[in-house]
Design a protein around this ligand. Structure first.
Ligand code: GBH
Length: 479
Protein backbone atom coordinates (compact mmCIF):
# COMPACT_ATOMS: atom_id res chain seq x y z
CA UNK A 1 0.00 0.00 0.00
CA UNK A 2 1.18 3.47 -0.81
CA UNK A 3 0.86 6.30 1.69
CA UNK A 4 -1.13 9.35 0.79
CA UNK A 5 -0.83 12.95 1.87
CA UNK A 6 -3.79 12.43 4.19
CA UNK A 7 -1.69 10.11 6.31
CA UNK A 8 1.10 12.52 7.10
CA UNK A 9 0.09 13.41 10.63
CA UNK A 10 2.57 12.96 13.45
CA UNK A 11 1.41 11.59 16.79
CA UNK A 12 -0.33 14.02 19.15
CA UNK A 13 2.22 15.75 21.35
CA UNK A 14 5.14 15.06 18.99
CA UNK A 15 7.68 17.79 19.74
CA UNK A 16 9.48 19.83 17.06
CA UNK A 17 12.63 21.51 18.23
CA UNK A 18 16.22 22.49 17.60
CA UNK A 19 19.36 21.90 19.64
CA UNK A 20 22.60 23.62 20.67
CA UNK A 21 25.32 23.14 23.28
CA UNK A 22 26.81 25.66 25.69
CA UNK A 23 30.45 25.78 24.58
CA UNK A 24 29.46 25.85 20.92
CA UNK A 25 27.31 28.99 21.15
CA UNK A 26 27.63 30.94 24.39
CA UNK A 27 31.02 32.64 24.23
CA UNK A 28 31.49 34.88 27.29
CA UNK A 29 33.96 32.35 28.65
CA UNK A 30 35.33 34.65 31.35
CA UNK A 31 32.16 36.63 32.05
CA UNK A 32 30.37 36.71 35.41
CA UNK A 33 32.69 34.30 37.17
CA UNK A 34 32.82 31.41 34.72
CA UNK A 35 36.01 29.37 34.99
CA UNK A 36 37.52 27.28 32.17
CA UNK A 37 36.24 23.92 31.04
CA UNK A 38 38.52 21.33 29.47
CA UNK A 39 37.50 22.71 26.06
CA UNK A 40 38.84 26.19 26.98
CA UNK A 41 42.15 24.49 27.70
CA UNK A 42 42.07 22.23 24.66
CA UNK A 43 41.46 25.03 22.13
CA UNK A 44 44.59 26.87 23.35
CA UNK A 45 46.88 24.16 22.03
CA UNK A 46 48.04 24.95 18.48
CA UNK A 47 46.87 22.39 15.95
CA UNK A 48 43.87 21.18 17.91
CA UNK A 49 41.25 23.34 16.18
CA UNK A 50 40.97 24.40 12.52
CA UNK A 51 42.32 27.93 12.05
CA UNK A 52 43.08 28.15 15.77
CA UNK A 53 39.41 28.97 16.42
CA UNK A 54 38.10 29.04 20.00
CA UNK A 55 34.73 29.31 21.71
CA UNK A 56 35.74 32.57 23.42
CA UNK A 57 33.04 34.53 21.58
CA UNK A 58 31.29 31.95 19.37
CA UNK A 59 27.72 33.19 18.74
CA UNK A 60 27.84 35.37 21.88
CA UNK A 61 24.57 33.71 22.82
CA UNK A 62 25.23 34.47 26.50
CA UNK A 63 24.65 38.14 25.78
CA UNK A 64 22.12 37.73 22.97
CA UNK A 65 19.84 34.97 24.22
CA UNK A 66 16.76 37.18 24.07
CA UNK A 67 17.28 37.83 20.37
CA UNK A 68 17.82 34.10 19.85
CA UNK A 69 14.62 33.19 21.64
CA UNK A 70 12.77 35.59 19.36
CA UNK A 71 14.29 33.87 16.35
CA UNK A 72 13.10 30.52 17.73
CA UNK A 73 9.66 31.95 18.21
CA UNK A 74 9.61 33.31 14.66
CA UNK A 75 10.43 29.81 13.47
CA UNK A 76 7.56 28.31 15.43
CA UNK A 77 9.91 26.06 17.45
CA UNK A 78 8.00 24.12 20.08
CA UNK A 79 11.03 23.11 22.11
CA UNK A 80 14.68 24.11 22.50
CA UNK A 81 17.41 21.72 23.65
CA UNK A 82 20.35 23.55 25.25
CA UNK A 83 23.14 22.54 27.59
CA UNK A 84 24.57 23.95 30.80
CA UNK A 85 28.15 25.12 31.10
CA UNK A 86 29.07 23.29 34.30
CA UNK A 87 31.96 25.66 35.12
CA UNK A 88 29.66 28.67 34.82
CA UNK A 89 27.52 27.27 37.61
CA UNK A 90 30.26 25.57 39.65
CA UNK A 91 33.48 27.29 38.57
CA UNK A 92 35.66 24.72 40.34
CA UNK A 93 33.47 21.79 39.35
CA UNK A 94 32.24 21.25 42.90
CA UNK A 95 31.54 23.36 45.95
CA UNK A 96 30.68 27.04 45.63
CA UNK A 97 27.80 27.92 43.30
CA UNK A 98 28.28 30.97 41.08
CA UNK A 99 24.93 32.74 41.43
CA UNK A 100 25.41 34.80 38.27
CA UNK A 101 26.08 31.72 36.19
CA UNK A 102 22.96 30.07 37.48
CA UNK A 103 21.02 33.27 36.88
CA UNK A 104 21.76 33.08 33.16
CA UNK A 105 20.10 29.68 32.84
CA UNK A 106 17.12 30.80 34.90
CA UNK A 107 16.71 33.86 32.67
CA UNK A 108 17.06 31.84 29.48
CA UNK A 109 14.54 29.26 30.72
CA UNK A 110 12.07 31.98 31.72
CA UNK A 111 12.49 33.70 28.38
CA UNK A 112 11.72 30.44 26.56
CA UNK A 113 8.61 29.79 28.62
CA UNK A 114 7.40 33.35 28.21
CA UNK A 115 7.55 32.74 24.46
CA UNK A 116 5.79 29.40 24.55
CA UNK A 117 8.90 27.28 23.93
CA UNK A 118 9.43 24.12 25.98
CA UNK A 119 12.89 23.93 27.54
CA UNK A 120 14.83 20.65 27.22
CA UNK A 121 18.11 20.67 29.12
CA UNK A 122 21.30 18.69 28.57
CA UNK A 123 23.31 18.76 31.78
CA UNK A 124 26.59 17.75 30.17
CA UNK A 125 27.60 18.39 26.57
CA UNK A 126 31.36 17.74 26.75
CA UNK A 127 32.60 20.83 28.64
CA UNK A 128 33.90 19.30 31.87
CA UNK A 129 35.25 21.91 34.32
CA UNK A 130 39.02 22.12 33.90
CA UNK A 131 39.40 21.76 37.68
CA UNK A 132 37.93 18.24 37.39
CA UNK A 133 39.71 17.42 34.16
CA UNK A 134 43.03 18.11 35.88
CA UNK A 135 42.19 15.33 38.31
CA UNK A 136 41.60 12.85 35.52
CA UNK A 137 38.11 13.88 34.45
CA UNK A 138 35.99 10.92 33.38
CA UNK A 139 38.89 8.57 34.04
CA UNK A 140 38.56 9.39 37.73
CA UNK A 141 35.60 7.85 39.52
CA UNK A 142 35.25 10.94 41.74
CA UNK A 143 33.79 12.76 38.71
CA UNK A 144 30.70 10.57 39.13
CA UNK A 145 29.85 12.18 42.45
CA UNK A 146 30.77 15.65 41.20
CA UNK A 147 28.33 15.21 38.30
CA UNK A 148 25.57 14.14 40.69
CA UNK A 149 26.20 17.27 42.81
CA UNK A 150 26.12 19.53 39.76
CA UNK A 151 22.92 17.85 38.56
CA UNK A 152 21.37 18.40 42.00
CA UNK A 153 22.12 22.14 41.77
CA UNK A 154 20.45 22.30 38.35
CA UNK A 155 17.34 20.29 39.30
CA UNK A 156 16.94 22.52 42.33
CA UNK A 157 17.32 25.71 40.29
CA UNK A 158 15.37 24.84 37.15
CA UNK A 159 13.32 21.76 37.90
CA UNK A 160 10.09 23.62 38.55
CA UNK A 161 10.27 24.79 34.92
CA UNK A 162 12.24 22.14 33.03
CA UNK A 163 10.38 18.87 32.47
CA UNK A 164 12.73 17.19 30.02
CA UNK A 165 16.28 16.44 31.19
CA UNK A 166 19.20 14.79 29.43
CA UNK A 167 22.14 13.83 31.63
CA UNK A 168 24.96 13.25 29.11
CA UNK A 169 25.34 13.96 25.44
CA UNK A 170 26.97 11.14 23.44
CA UNK A 171 29.24 9.34 25.90
CA UNK A 172 30.58 7.40 22.87
CA UNK A 173 32.09 10.56 21.41
CA UNK A 174 33.62 11.67 24.70
CA UNK A 175 35.10 8.21 25.21
CA UNK A 176 36.50 7.78 21.70
CA UNK A 177 37.28 11.29 20.45
CA UNK A 178 38.14 12.76 23.87
CA UNK A 179 39.88 10.00 25.82
CA UNK A 180 40.82 7.59 23.02
CA UNK A 181 41.86 9.36 19.81
CA UNK A 182 42.45 12.87 21.07
CA UNK A 183 40.59 15.04 18.50
CA UNK A 184 38.37 16.32 21.31
CA UNK A 185 39.16 17.55 24.82
CA UNK A 186 40.94 16.42 26.91
CA UNK A 187 42.97 15.16 23.93
CA UNK A 188 44.13 11.86 25.40
CA UNK A 189 45.31 9.05 23.16
CA UNK A 190 44.81 5.52 24.39
CA UNK A 191 42.39 3.27 22.58
CA UNK A 192 43.05 0.23 24.76
CA UNK A 193 41.56 1.15 28.13
CA UNK A 194 40.58 4.83 28.20
CA UNK A 195 37.40 4.50 26.11
CA UNK A 196 36.00 1.75 28.31
CA UNK A 197 36.99 3.42 31.58
CA UNK A 198 35.69 6.89 30.66
CA UNK A 199 32.51 5.32 29.29
CA UNK A 200 32.05 3.37 32.50
CA UNK A 201 32.34 6.45 34.70
CA UNK A 202 29.99 8.41 32.45
CA UNK A 203 27.39 5.65 32.80
CA UNK A 204 27.81 5.75 36.58
CA UNK A 205 27.53 9.54 36.49
CA UNK A 206 24.30 9.28 34.50
CA UNK A 207 22.87 6.76 36.98
CA UNK A 208 23.91 8.89 39.96
CA UNK A 209 22.24 12.01 38.52
CA UNK A 210 19.05 10.10 37.75
CA UNK A 211 19.04 8.74 41.29
CA UNK A 212 19.21 12.28 42.68
CA UNK A 213 16.36 13.36 40.41
CA UNK A 214 14.14 10.43 41.27
CA UNK A 215 14.80 10.54 45.01
CA UNK A 216 14.63 14.30 45.55
CA UNK A 217 12.72 15.91 42.70
CA UNK A 218 10.67 13.64 40.44
CA UNK A 219 7.64 13.42 42.73
CA UNK A 220 7.26 17.18 43.07
CA UNK A 221 8.64 18.33 39.72
CA UNK A 222 7.23 15.57 37.55
CA UNK A 223 9.71 15.73 34.68
CA UNK A 224 11.32 13.04 32.54
CA UNK A 225 15.02 12.23 32.59
CA UNK A 226 17.24 10.18 30.31
CA UNK A 227 20.42 10.39 28.31
CA UNK A 228 21.47 11.01 24.73
CA UNK A 229 23.36 8.32 22.82
CA UNK A 230 24.60 8.38 19.25
CA UNK A 231 25.44 6.11 16.40
CA UNK A 232 25.63 5.94 12.68
CA UNK A 233 23.37 3.27 11.18
CA UNK A 234 25.49 0.21 10.35
CA UNK A 235 24.48 -1.57 7.16
CA UNK A 236 26.14 -4.84 6.12
CA UNK A 237 28.23 -4.35 2.97
CA UNK A 238 27.05 -7.66 1.52
CA UNK A 239 24.38 -10.13 2.52
CA UNK A 240 26.98 -12.55 3.85
CA UNK A 241 26.59 -13.78 7.40
CA UNK A 242 29.99 -12.30 8.22
CA UNK A 243 29.05 -8.80 7.10
CA UNK A 244 25.70 -8.97 8.88
CA UNK A 245 27.49 -9.93 12.07
CA UNK A 246 30.06 -7.16 11.60
CA UNK A 247 27.24 -4.60 11.25
CA UNK A 248 25.53 -5.94 14.36
CA UNK A 249 28.85 -5.91 16.26
CA UNK A 250 29.37 -2.32 15.25
CA UNK A 251 25.94 -1.30 16.57
CA UNK A 252 26.80 -3.08 19.81
CA UNK A 253 30.16 -1.28 20.11
CA UNK A 254 28.62 2.13 19.32
CA UNK A 255 25.20 1.99 20.93
CA UNK A 256 24.56 -1.11 23.04
CA UNK A 257 27.80 -0.37 24.92
CA UNK A 258 25.78 2.37 26.68
CA UNK A 259 22.19 1.34 26.06
CA UNK A 260 22.44 -2.25 27.34
CA UNK A 261 23.52 -1.24 30.86
CA UNK A 262 20.59 1.18 30.94
CA UNK A 263 17.93 -1.14 29.52
CA UNK A 264 19.29 -4.56 30.48
CA UNK A 265 21.49 -3.79 33.50
CA UNK A 266 24.91 -4.76 32.11
CA UNK A 267 27.33 -4.54 29.16
CA UNK A 268 26.57 -6.75 26.14
CA UNK A 269 27.96 -10.30 26.39
CA UNK A 270 29.92 -9.83 23.17
CA UNK A 271 31.80 -6.89 24.70
CA UNK A 272 32.56 -8.75 27.91
CA UNK A 273 33.97 -11.63 25.87
CA UNK A 274 36.04 -9.65 23.41
CA UNK A 275 37.26 -6.81 25.65
CA UNK A 276 38.05 -9.02 28.63
CA UNK A 277 39.57 -7.32 31.65
CA UNK A 278 39.89 -3.96 29.88
CA UNK A 279 36.13 -3.61 30.33
CA UNK A 280 35.30 -2.45 33.87
CA UNK A 281 32.78 -4.47 35.84
CA UNK A 282 29.61 -3.11 37.46
CA UNK A 283 28.78 -4.09 41.04
CA UNK A 284 25.29 -5.51 41.61
CA UNK A 285 24.25 -2.21 43.21
CA UNK A 286 25.49 -0.26 40.19
CA UNK A 287 23.63 -2.58 37.82
CA UNK A 288 20.46 -2.00 39.79
CA UNK A 289 20.95 1.78 39.63
CA UNK A 290 21.59 1.67 35.89
CA UNK A 291 18.77 -0.61 34.87
CA UNK A 292 15.72 1.48 34.01
CA UNK A 293 17.61 4.75 34.54
CA UNK A 294 16.19 6.39 31.42
CA UNK A 295 12.57 7.46 31.02
CA UNK A 296 13.11 7.58 27.23
CA UNK A 297 15.79 6.82 24.62
CA UNK A 298 17.58 9.96 23.34
CA UNK A 299 19.38 9.41 20.05
CA UNK A 300 21.58 11.67 17.96
CA UNK A 301 21.65 10.29 14.45
CA UNK A 302 23.13 11.78 11.29
CA UNK A 303 24.77 9.24 9.00
CA UNK A 304 25.23 5.64 7.85
CA UNK A 305 28.23 3.29 7.45
CA UNK A 306 28.74 0.03 5.60
CA UNK A 307 30.35 -2.78 7.57
CA UNK A 308 32.53 -5.54 6.24
CA UNK A 309 33.75 -8.55 8.15
CA UNK A 310 37.56 -8.47 8.16
CA UNK A 311 39.11 -11.55 6.61
CA UNK A 312 42.16 -11.11 8.78
CA UNK A 313 42.58 -9.76 12.30
CA UNK A 314 42.77 -5.95 12.50
CA UNK A 315 45.18 -5.53 15.38
CA UNK A 316 44.42 -6.53 18.92
CA UNK A 317 43.78 -5.00 22.30
CA UNK A 318 42.10 -1.75 21.27
CA UNK A 319 38.55 -0.52 20.72
CA UNK A 320 38.42 -0.90 16.94
CA UNK A 321 40.15 -4.28 17.01
CA UNK A 322 37.58 -5.36 19.60
CA UNK A 323 34.79 -4.18 17.30
CA UNK A 324 36.45 -6.09 14.45
CA UNK A 325 34.81 -4.65 11.35
CA UNK A 326 35.82 -2.48 8.41
CA UNK A 327 33.76 0.72 8.54
CA UNK A 328 33.21 2.31 5.12
CA UNK A 329 30.93 4.49 3.02
CA UNK A 330 29.22 3.91 -0.29
CA UNK A 331 30.99 6.35 -2.63
CA UNK A 332 27.64 7.17 -4.26
CA UNK A 333 26.21 8.67 -1.08
CA UNK A 334 26.06 12.46 -0.94
CA UNK A 335 28.19 13.87 1.88
CA UNK A 336 27.92 16.73 4.34
CA UNK A 337 30.89 18.88 5.31
CA UNK A 338 32.56 16.13 7.38
CA UNK A 339 34.14 12.82 6.42
CA UNK A 340 31.63 10.90 8.60
CA UNK A 341 28.49 12.69 7.41
CA UNK A 342 26.95 10.51 4.71
CA UNK A 343 23.44 11.54 3.70
CA UNK A 344 21.39 8.34 3.97
CA UNK A 345 17.85 9.09 5.17
CA UNK A 346 16.76 5.41 5.21
CA UNK A 347 19.41 4.72 7.86
CA UNK A 348 17.28 6.70 10.31
CA UNK A 349 14.31 4.38 9.89
CA UNK A 350 16.41 1.24 10.24
CA UNK A 351 18.13 2.56 13.36
CA UNK A 352 14.85 3.51 15.00
CA UNK A 353 13.50 0.04 14.30
CA UNK A 354 16.66 -1.57 15.70
CA UNK A 355 16.30 0.44 18.93
CA UNK A 356 12.64 -0.49 19.21
CA UNK A 357 13.39 -4.18 18.82
CA UNK A 358 16.44 -4.45 21.07
CA UNK A 359 15.09 -2.26 23.89
CA UNK A 360 11.48 -3.33 24.01
CA UNK A 361 9.82 -0.37 22.38
CA UNK A 362 11.02 2.63 24.41
CA UNK A 363 9.81 6.16 23.86
CA UNK A 364 12.45 7.75 21.62
CA UNK A 365 13.50 11.36 21.15
CA UNK A 366 15.64 12.16 18.14
CA UNK A 367 17.73 14.69 20.04
CA UNK A 368 19.97 15.66 17.10
CA UNK A 369 19.97 15.30 13.32
CA UNK A 370 21.29 17.80 10.83
CA UNK A 371 23.58 18.65 7.95
CA UNK A 372 26.63 20.80 7.36
CA UNK A 373 26.57 21.93 3.73
CA UNK A 374 29.96 21.40 2.06
CA UNK A 375 31.82 24.66 1.60
CA UNK A 376 29.11 26.78 3.19
CA UNK A 377 31.54 28.90 5.19
CA UNK A 378 33.34 29.90 1.97
CA UNK A 379 30.13 31.03 0.26
CA UNK A 380 28.75 34.49 -0.21
CA UNK A 381 25.92 35.16 2.20
CA UNK A 382 23.16 34.79 -0.41
CA UNK A 383 24.46 31.35 -1.39
CA UNK A 384 24.87 30.21 2.20
CA UNK A 385 21.27 31.22 2.90
CA UNK A 386 20.02 29.20 -0.07
CA UNK A 387 20.79 25.88 1.65
CA UNK A 388 18.92 23.41 -0.55
CA UNK A 389 21.06 20.43 0.57
CA UNK A 390 20.02 21.07 4.18
CA UNK A 391 16.37 21.32 3.13
CA UNK A 392 16.61 17.99 1.28
CA UNK A 393 18.32 16.42 4.28
CA UNK A 394 15.64 17.67 6.67
CA UNK A 395 12.78 16.54 4.44
CA UNK A 396 14.40 13.18 3.79
CA UNK A 397 15.21 12.31 7.40
CA UNK A 398 11.89 13.53 8.77
CA UNK A 399 10.05 11.43 6.18
CA UNK A 400 11.95 8.36 7.40
CA UNK A 401 11.01 9.15 11.00
CA UNK A 402 7.42 9.33 9.84
CA UNK A 403 7.74 5.92 8.20
CA UNK A 404 9.28 4.50 11.37
CA UNK A 405 6.31 5.78 13.35
CA UNK A 406 3.59 4.68 10.97
CA UNK A 407 4.90 1.53 9.32
CA UNK A 408 7.17 0.15 12.05
CA UNK A 409 5.17 1.47 14.99
CA UNK A 410 8.23 3.03 16.61
CA UNK A 411 7.34 5.31 19.51
CA UNK A 412 9.09 8.55 18.49
CA UNK A 413 8.11 11.49 20.70
CA UNK A 414 10.08 14.36 19.20
CA UNK A 415 12.68 15.68 16.79
CA UNK A 416 15.41 18.26 17.41
CA UNK A 417 17.29 19.61 14.41
CA UNK A 418 21.03 20.22 14.96
CA UNK A 419 21.59 23.06 15.08
CA UNK A 420 19.50 26.14 15.72
CA UNK A 421 22.38 28.26 14.47
CA UNK A 422 25.87 27.95 13.03
CA UNK A 423 28.34 27.48 15.84
CA UNK A 424 31.74 26.29 17.07
CA UNK A 425 31.93 22.84 15.47
CA UNK A 426 34.54 21.43 17.89
CA UNK A 427 37.79 20.48 16.12
CA UNK A 428 36.46 21.99 12.86
CA UNK A 429 35.98 25.39 14.50
CA UNK A 430 33.75 27.79 12.57
CA UNK A 431 34.53 26.24 9.18
CA UNK A 432 31.68 23.77 9.38
CA UNK A 433 28.12 25.06 9.60
CA UNK A 434 25.04 23.11 10.72
CA UNK A 435 22.67 25.99 11.48
CA UNK A 436 19.15 26.86 10.40
CA UNK A 437 20.29 30.39 11.21
CA UNK A 438 23.43 31.86 9.67
CA UNK A 439 25.95 33.58 11.92
CA UNK A 440 28.22 36.22 10.39
CA UNK A 441 31.32 35.93 12.55
CA UNK A 442 32.93 38.93 10.79
CA UNK A 443 29.94 41.18 11.28
CA UNK A 444 29.10 41.30 14.96
CA UNK A 445 27.66 37.77 15.00
CA UNK A 446 24.71 38.92 12.92
CA UNK A 447 21.93 36.33 12.72
CA UNK A 448 20.09 35.59 9.47
CA UNK A 449 17.65 32.69 9.08
CA UNK A 450 18.48 30.45 6.12
CA UNK A 451 15.94 29.08 3.69
CA UNK A 452 15.93 25.85 5.73
CA UNK A 453 14.58 27.81 8.70
CA UNK A 454 11.55 28.76 6.63
CA UNK A 455 11.09 25.19 5.43
CA UNK A 456 11.30 23.94 9.01
CA UNK A 457 8.83 26.58 10.11
CA UNK A 458 6.37 25.41 7.47
CA UNK A 459 6.97 21.79 8.42
CA UNK A 460 6.19 22.55 12.06
CA UNK A 461 3.10 24.52 11.10
CA UNK A 462 1.90 21.67 8.90
CA UNK A 463 2.72 18.66 11.06
CA UNK A 464 3.00 20.12 14.54
CA UNK A 465 -0.08 22.29 14.72
CA UNK A 466 -3.15 21.52 16.75
CA UNK A 467 -5.08 20.49 13.64
CA UNK A 468 -2.35 18.15 12.43
CA UNK A 469 -1.89 16.43 15.78
CA UNK A 470 -5.63 16.08 16.36
CA UNK A 471 -5.93 13.85 13.28
CA UNK A 472 -4.57 10.43 14.06
CA UNK A 473 -3.16 8.79 10.95
CA UNK A 474 -4.93 5.75 9.59
CA UNK A 475 -3.12 2.49 10.14
CA UNK A 476 -1.16 1.56 7.03
CA UNK A 477 0.20 -1.82 5.96
CA UNK A 478 3.91 -2.29 6.42
CA UNK A 479 5.98 -1.77 3.29
C1 GBH B 1 27.02 15.79 17.48
O1 GBH B 1 27.89 14.71 17.44
C2 GBH B 1 27.33 16.63 18.66
O2 GBH B 1 26.49 16.29 19.74
C3 GBH B 1 27.27 18.10 18.38
O3 GBH B 1 27.84 18.81 19.44
C4 GBH B 1 27.97 18.39 17.07
O4 GBH B 1 28.09 19.76 16.82
C5 GBH B 1 27.17 17.73 15.99
O5 GBH B 1 27.04 16.37 16.23
C6 GBH B 1 27.75 17.88 14.60
O6 GBH B 1 29.00 17.27 14.50
O7 GBH B 1 34.53 8.52 14.04
O8 GBH B 1 33.66 7.81 11.92
O9 GBH B 1 33.08 6.58 13.89
C7 GBH B 1 28.08 14.21 16.17
C8 GBH B 1 27.67 12.81 16.01
C9 GBH B 1 28.61 10.69 16.33
C10 GBH B 1 29.42 12.10 14.58
C11 GBH B 1 29.88 9.90 16.23
C12 GBH B 1 30.67 11.31 14.44
C13 GBH B 1 31.62 9.17 14.84
C14 GBH B 1 32.04 8.92 13.43
N1 GBH B 1 28.89 12.05 15.93
N2 GBH B 1 30.40 9.95 14.88
S1 GBH B 1 33.41 7.87 13.33
Amino acid sequence: EVWSSKDTAFPPGFVWGAATAAYQIEGAVAQDGRQPSMWDTFVQIPGNIANGDTGDVACDHYNRYKEDVQLMKDMGLQSYRYSISWSRVLPEGRGEVNAKGLEFYKDLTDELLANGITPAVTLYHWDLPEALSKQGGWLNESTVEAFAEFSDVMFDALGDKVKLWFTLNEPWTTSIAGYGQGQHAPGLKDMAENPYLSGHNQLLGHAAAVKVYREKYAATQGGKIGLVLSTEWKEPLCRSQGDKEAAERSLIWYLAWFADPIYKGDYPEAMKERVGDRLPVFTEAQKADLKGSSDFFGINHYATNLLQDPTEKIGAGNYFADLNGWIMMDPRWPMGDASWLSVVPWGMRRLLRWIKERYDDPEIYVTENGLSVPGESEMKLADALNDTERIDYLNGYVAEIWKAIHFDKVNVAGYYYWSLMDNFEWADGFDVRFGLIHIDYDNDQKRTPKKSAEVYKNMIAKYGGAAATATAAKPVESV
